[in-house]
Write a protein that binds this ligand. Structure first.
Ligand SMILES: [Zn+2]
Length: 174
């Protein structure tokens, strides 16, 4: 069978997904069809190319859905985010001493790989990191927040993972 090329390593992005889904993905890889659905579903990439544009985009979503959550001091694309450790983005809560005050700052970093990606996939990552402003853990409350901001969240999360597997195995899709 044509499954020889599928290294388990590449399916690390699907940890926790049902066997049936993993099986389907392996089949798409073997048949070299992994990029077909994403390209059909998301024909083009977004135009958010700078950290400033990313900050504005994130702030718009925050103002719409999480107005009362703590303010964001920084949002940036980050080349150092290690996708192999399943971190697609990072939310950090940094405490800094400024003069006599202890200032708490919320920062969001998005894997630089999403700089050239479909808008819907970038939005999924941003929604994920925004939800962490209110919920640190990946618990039920966290996922309800994600669904509140993006009703199609589960499908988009799977598509992000397929997109990353495609990047690893076959290179850029766009
Ligand atoms: Zn998370």
């Amino acid at each position: 069978m044509a499954e020889k090329e599928t290294k388990m390593h590449e399916l690390k992005y699907l940890t926790g997904y049902p066997e049936q889904v993993v099986g389907q993905v392996k089949r798409l890889i073997a048949e070299q069809r992994l990029g077909k659905t994403p390209l059909e579903r998301y024909p083009s990439v977004h135009e958010i190319k700078t950290d400033k544009a990313l900050y504005d985009f994130t702030l718009q979503l925050k103002n719409k859905f999480l107005r009362k959550a703590p303010p964001l001091s920084k949002v940036a694309f980050d080349k150092k985010i290690n996708l192999t450790h399943q971190a697609l983005g990072l939310h950090s809560f940094v405490s800094r001493v400024q003069g006599a005050k202890l200032k708490a700052k919320n920062e969001i970093r998005i894997g630089a790989v999403f700089k050239t990606a479909p808008l819907a996939l970038l939005r999924m990552i941003v929604v994920h990191e925004l939800a962490h402003l209110k919920e640190k853990e990946h618990n039920k409350a966290f996922y309800s927040l994600c669904l509140h901001m993006e009703p199609d969240y589960p499908q988009l999360e799977l598509d992000v993972r397929l997109y990353l597997i495609h990047l690893d195995l076959f290179g850029a899709l766009y």
